[in-house]
Design a protein around this ligand. Structure first.
Ligand SMILES: NC(=O)c1ccc[n+]([C@@H]2O[C@H](COP(=O)([O-])OP(=O)(O)OC[C@H]3O[C@@H](n4cnc5c(N)ncnc54)[C@H](OP(=O)(O)O)[C@@H]3O)[C@@H](O)[C@H]2O)c1
Length: 359
């Protein structure tokens, strides 16, 4: 595989920092450009990120002295340096939509963590193990944008990753409905315990926009491609409540599910155990060997113990049992800034590279 030159748009943010740590030694991608707002532009990366560096490990040496570019004003410069960009910025949605389209129209493919384009019908929203076939809408997106190689592909919201991958292998039993309660880490809000002290000894029962995303995005992921667009599925009904909890990393989901044809417990365990997707088939560098891992222990999965399973790219699950109202209930966990954000985007970029979308 040839090496691709990569830019990180939003490099100083929580997700941007994750990209940097993941890509420091990536076999296919090398980071050539770091970009952020005009507040950071012109500064060496270490100065621009300053106290916002969120990890206990230091900033990798290779980035410290790179000059941060302005994500909005320096697009032409960036276009000359990179084969594609990752984008994770904190801006108004309309501005993000416009910024990402500017990059795509400048013939720079954009792999995005932002929610702005998730419901643009010809923008694929991908969990690589689940709906890699949705990439085929990219050709009609390019036709709409008038581009040869520029396009936008997005990943879904972080909350979904702790239950959609677990529901997906059970679809053959006909999922009727699911109720989900998520317990979400503070890094999902771009925060640490230092920058979000109000979360200590606390649970906050509201995360703006999160419940709508958690209910709606799975239906696009399970949608079908028709006439160059993705038509969202109309079922199953998913209802969600999303809470912020005092955990640094790792979103937990308590899930209740009913089926048309109720499977046995053994059938569910076997469906999870044996499920894999395109990333495993293609041997992508960030693909976990075992995507879904079940714990027999009653007190697992735990965020602190299990979020790094499969280098933070596996989804763990436990406590599968029958329920009084629904057919079954279980508890899922995924790392929100790895599988749920930067890691999921890197895996998506690997899928795109393997399928020739960056050539
Ligand atoms: N954290 C998660 O787990 C997670 C998961 C999934 C998706 N996301 C999404 O990823 C995106 C970034 O999240 P985050 O948690 O990393 O946010 P963050 O820590 O607040 O970082 C935001 C980044 O955006 C940059 N930025 C702000 N205004 C800008 C502008 N006008 N032009 C260019 N860059 C600008 C900031 O640069 P400066 O430092 O120069 O201000 C910074 O690099 C958001 O859309 C979020 O919804 C986050």
């Amino acid at each position: 595989m040839k090496k691709y030159n990569v830019g990180i748009i939003g490099a100083t943010g929580m997700v941007g920092q994750r990209f940097l740590t993941l890509l420091a030694e990536h076999p296919w991608f090398q980071v050539r450009v770091l970009a952020a707002s005009s507040r950071s532009a012109g500064k060496p990366y270490a100065d621009a990120v300053g106290e916002k560096w969120a990890f206990s490990t230091p900033i990798p040496e290779c980035y410290k002295n790179m000059t941060v570019l302005d994500a909005e004003k320096d697009i032409d410069k960036i276009a000359n340096e990179v084969d594609f960009v990752f984008c994770a910025v904190n801006m108004d949605k309309a501005k993000i939509r416009a910024l990402e389209e500017r990059y795509a129209k400048r013939e720079i493919p954009v792999v995005s963590n932002n929610s702005a384009h998730r419901f643009t019908p010809d923008v694929p929203m991908i969990i690589p193990e689940i709906n890699a076939e949705h990439l085929e809408v990219i050709s009609s997106q390019k036709a709409r944008l008038g581009t040869k190689r520029g396009f936008i592909a997005v990943k879904s919201n972080c909350s979904l990753q702790s239950y959609v991958p677990l529901l997906h292998p059970l679809k053959s039993f006909g999922i009727k409905s699911a109720a989900v309660c998520t317990y979400q880490a503070i890094s999902g809000a771009g925060k640490t315990f230092t920058t979000m002290p109000e979360i200590l000894d606390n649970v906050i029962p509201y995360i703006g926009g999160e419940e709508e995303k958690s209910e709606k995005e799975p239906l696009k992921i399970w949608g079908e491609v028709k006439d160059g667009e993705i038509l969202s599925a109309t079922s199953p009904v998913i209802t969600a409540q999303c809470l912020r909890v005092p955990v640094s990393d790792g979103h937990t989901a308590a899930v209740f599910v009913s089926f048309d044809k109720k499977p046995t417990k053994e059938e569910i365990l076997s469906a999870w155990e044996n499920f894999s997707g395109e990333p495993q088939k293609l041997g992508l560098p960030s693909a976990p060997k075992q995507f879904l891992r079940y714990f027999e222990e009653d007190n697992r999965p735990q965020a602190k113990l299990d979020r790094m399973e499969g280098n933070g790219m596996s989804v763990t699950v436990g406590r599968l049992r029958e329920d009084l109202l629904f057919d079954y209930k279980f508890v899922g966990l995924s790392h929100n800034t790895l599988r749920g954000a930067a890691g999921g985007a890197v895996l998506l970029a690997e899928l795109l590279a393997a399928k020739g979308y960056f050539d």
